[in-house]
Each structure stands twice: as C-alpha cells, then as structure tokens.
Design a protein around this ligand. Structure first.
Ligand code: EPU
Length: 345
C-alpha cells in the first residue's frame, strides 16, 4: 500500500559520517550511524530502531555547543527540520513556529525583516533554533526564555510528541528542563511569542557604550551593533574552532563575593538571585594569565579569556586538559569552581 501523500520519506541513514564540518570546534569526529531528520514524523520509526538495537543516541544541531570524541558511538540524529510560519498575530503579540533545524542567526534576521523586533540582542549566536532553548541562550541582557511560548518535542521516555509550555521548560541561567533531562527530548519546533510593544534593550555595558549619546536606536541598529561587538570579541568558528563561552559565569554567595572584592578590587560581577553574585569567568581566567596562551593544538582566545580555541588538530582530550588547568588555577587563586558550558559527548 502506498503511504499517505503527506508522509515524509524515512530518515536518511549514513554510516561513518565525518562531523568535522558539523561542529564549530572543528574536531575530527565520526558518527558511527547518522540519521538525517528533516520531519518530525520520521522520529518514531528512528527511535523504535534505536530501542530495538539498544543503541546510545544523541541529537546534533549546529554543533556549536558540543565537544565531540573521535568516534561518536551509536546513533547521531542530525536535526534538519526547517521552516518557519506565523501562527497568529493580535494587537499584543505575534506567535511564530520555527523548525528545530533552522539556523539561529538567520531566524533572528528573518524576524527583523518581517518587522518582529525583540531578538536582535541574540544576533550571531551560532547554532540552531532547536538547541537554543536547551541552554537558554542569552547575550547582551536578553535570554531566549523571555520570548518562548512553547516547545514541541518528541519524548523518548513516553514515545510521544509533546508540547511544553514556557513554565514547563523551567528556564534559568544557561539551564532548562531539557538540559536537566539529557537523552530524553528531541526538540522539533520552537514556538516564539514576540510582543508587539518594543523597546531597545541597550543596558548591557558593551551596548550602552556603543550607543552613548544615542539612547533610542532601532532594532536593526541594535542587531548591527551586536554583530559588530561579537565579531570583534569572539572568534569566527569558520576561521578558528571554538564553542563560544567555554565556562559558565559562576554564582557565589554574597559573603564570598565581599571577601574576594576586598582582595581583588577590579573583580567584575553582576547581581544575581538574592544573597548571590555572578562573577565574570572571563575576568577570573584573564587574571590567572591564560589569555592568548597556547597548549599544543588548543588555547585560550587572545581577545576573550572565556573562549577556548582549536588551532587546527586539537582533540576533545586536548581541550578538556586545558580546561582542567584553567579550572585548577582559578580554584587555587579565587576558591571558585568553573563549570564547563558545552556538552561533552
Ligand atoms: N573580561 C576580562 N577578560 C576577558 C574576558 C572578559 O576581563 O578575557 C571581563 C570583561 O571586561 C567584562 C566581563 O569580564 O567586564 C564580562 O565579559 P563579557 O562582557 O565579554 O561577557 P561574558 O560574561 O564573558 C557573557 C556570555 C556570552 C555573551 C556575553 C554578552 C556567559 C558564560 N557568557 O559573556 O555568551 O555573549 O555575556 O552578553 O554567560 C556564549 O554563551 O557562548 C556566549 C558567548
């Protein structure tokens, strides 16, 4: 019997797929088996197969927040669900549904072209729309959580598609319900709610400085400013492998912050939850003298100490070795533990 006209073809399977071009660190990794997921309907059959074979599995989006081993065993799902559509629009907000495989930056640009400002502070963040809510991407005073309506995903625990409300997603700084439950959900679509009321958010230090004397820029101007600042500070993965911020900014109790501040008057920090303070990890690492340092094939970026880079032939071990050196030195100097941000697969 022929399948229904709207049923997509089964997901394409490729054995031994090279992933060097699919991870921004530029690590030479091979996926044992890779499925190209271009429609949500393909997922149940693929997950059924994974269950039958008892394989390990993971989803790979833009590969911008992962550290890959030389061989990725089991099954790698390449998230390639694309497309975006305006679901509804009223006087308060526009709701847009976007495929998990859409490139994040291209989506941000599309919202501006369609006169839907709000996400411009998140321009040029590498990766896909589907990966963005998992670590609740944020930059220049905006987090994606502020604009999420709901998330559509396949739940491998119940073998069913679900829709999670923003509250269900439990968003926090670089954290979410998806991150707390790894190996469970495959994000297929992200539904955004973009309020009609808009005001430029330029309170973050770099942007405030950029717009000194011009307090009311347009969304396009903010978008261009963010692109300029990021390009200047962060290495282009096409030229030098990296995964953006390598460590999270650590949050410490106020007492520890006060003690540190007495000793290090230049300490950079931000307010956080009551009784807590978020420290700039880049500043801590910089103070330990790591900026621009090289350790074999890997190193610390010369313009931003929070970014580790692959100079060409680095491996996951090389990167994690350097990360350990940094964590140890920062801990010895400041008594602060740094958490690695990208997912180690
Ligand atoms: N700093 C140094 N030396 C450095 C780096 C930073 O002294 O080598 C100081 C800076 O002078 C600044 C402070 O540390 O006073 C904070 O640095 P920056 O403004 O560059 O931002 P960040 O805290 O390092 C965070 C995000 C970035 C995001 C920027 C802009 C985290 C872990 N990182 O970086 O996110 O783009 O703010 O909002 O929260 C990412 O997650 O991949 C990422 C790039």
């Amino acid at each position: 019997m022929n399948s229904a006209p709207n049923t997509p073809a089964p997901a394409k399977l490729t054995p031994h797929l090279g992933l060097k071009g699919r991870n921004t660190f530029g690590l030479d990794a091979t996926a044992e088996l890779a499925y190209d997921i271009s429609a949500p309907e393909q997922i149940p059959a693929v997950m059924g197969e994974i269950l039958t074979q008892n394989s390990v599995w993971r989803v790979l989006g833009g590969g911008s927040n992962v550290i890959l081993p030389t061989v990725l065993p089991g099954v790698t799902l390449l998230m390639n669900i694309i497309g975006q559509e305006i679901v509804s629009s009223d006087k308060n907000a526009t709701v847009i549904s976007v495929g998990g495989g859409v490139n994040w930056h291209e989506f941000v640009a599309w919202t501006l072209e369609n006169n839907l400002p709000g996400l411009e502070n998140l321009a040029l963040i590498p990766g896909t729309v589907g990966a963005a809510p998992i670590q609740n991407i944020g930059a220049y005073g905006v987090e994606i959580a502020d604009y999420i309506h709901s998330i559509e995903a396949f739940d491998s625990k119940t073998n069913a598609f679900i829709s999670l409300s923003k509250e269900d997603c439990q968003f926090a700084y670089r954290d979410s319900y998806f991150k707390k439950n790894p190996q469970r959900f495959i994000v297929t679509k992200v539904v955004f709610q973009i309020p009609k009321a808009w005001q430029a958010k330029i309170h973050y230090a770099d942007l405030a400085k950029y717009f000194e004397g011009k307090p009311t820029p347009t969304a396009e101007e903010v978008f261009l400013a963010v692109c300029k600042i990021r390009t200047h500070k962060l290495p282009d993965p096409k030229l030098i492998g990296n995964a953006g911020s390598f460590f999270q900014n650590p949050v410490v109790p106020n007492e520890q912050y006060e003690t540190l501040l007495k000793k290090y008057t230049g300490l950079v920090s931000y307010p956080d939850a009551p009784g807590k303070r978020k420290l700039a990890a880049g500043w801590l690492i910089d103070q330990c003298g790591f900026k621009g340092q090289r350790m074999g094939e890997v190193g610390v970026y010369e313009k931003q100490a929070l970014v580790l880079v692959n100079h060409g032939n680095g491996t996951a071990q090389d990167i994690l070795g350097l990360a350990k050196c940094i964590q140890d030195k920062v801990h010895n100097e400041f008594g602060v533990s740094l958490e690695i941000e990208p997912n180690i697969l």
